[in-house]
Structure formats: structure tokens, C-alpha cells
Design a protein around this ligand. Structure first.
Ligand code: MN
Length: 135
């Protein structure tokens, strides 16, 4: 079964760019254009990862984080922030919120690929490694 990535992004062009790239990478793509759509999709679809635009129109994308943390069924889903606002103070606010990492716009797709693999498959890979060592 394909891994599912939820793209939370208000800009339609960015949505399409990410959708096309993620589909080529083999992911099933879900799109949410605002916070309430993101919350509904996180809860109903339980994606394997979330790509979260921080400046979500007039909304603060980071408001998704405390909402997810309050819900045991979704709080373990890794969230990767995607933002043009990569200033140091903004980085601290993003990482303090619980996002795993930050990808700056314009997106470095090689970095996005490695971060998605790390956060979606990381635990699995660690388990396999420890099993291999034991064997
Ligand atoms: Mn935006």
C-alpha cells in the first residue's frame, strides 16, 4: 500500500508542484488548503507524514501542531514544515511546536526526499538494523 502524504498548502501552484513530485516518488497525495481541512484529513486519513506550509493564507499553519498533540491517534504522525520564513526566530518557533524539520522554499527536492524517507521509514529502518545486528 502506498504511503500517504498530506500536503497542507494554500497556494494552488505549490499544491500541484508537490502533488506531481510526490506521486512520481510513489506517494499517495492528500491536499488540504486550510487548517480545518488539514485537521479533518489528519483525523480521517491518518497520513504517514504531513508537509505543512506555515503561512497558510491568513492562518498560522503551526496551529495544527497543538491540535495534533492533543490527539493520541495522530500525535505520532511526523510533520515537516515547509516555509519561506526560515529566519532563526521562526525556525525556533517551528521546531518548538513539534515539527520534525524545516524545508525552505523554494523546495530542495533532494532534501525533501531524504527527510520524507527518514521520518516515514526511520523507525522501521532502525528496527531492521538492530535485527540484522542480532542475526
Ligand atoms: Mn502559503
Amino acid at each position: 500500500m502506498n504511503q500517504r502524504v498530506l500536503v497542507v498548502e494554500d497556494n494552488p501552484l505549490n499544491c500541484e508542484l508537490l502533488r506531481d513530485w510526490l506521486e512520481v516518488e510513489g506517494y499517495k497525495v492528500l491536499i488540504a488548503e486550510n487548517l480545518s481541512a488539514a485537521m479533518a484529513a489528519v483525523e480521517s486519513e491518518q497520513p504517514n507524514a504531513v508537509l505543512l506550509d506555515i503561512q497558510l493564507g491568513s492562518e498560522d499553519g503551526l496551529a495544527l501542531m497543538p491540535w495534533m498533540h492533543q490527539r493520541p491517534s495522530v500525535r505520532q504522525i511526523p510533520v515537516i514544515a515547509v516555509t519561506a520564513h526560515a529566519m532563526l526566530t521562526e525556525r525556533e518557533r517551528i521546531l518548538d511546536s513539534g515539527c520534525k524539520t524545516i524545508i525552505s522554499k523554494p523546495i530542495d527536492f533532494k532534501l525533501l526526499r531524504s527527510q520524507l524517507r527518514l521520518w516515514i521509514n526511520g523507525e522501521q529502518t532502525l528496527q531492521e538494523n538492530s535485527l540484522r545486528k542480532k542475526g
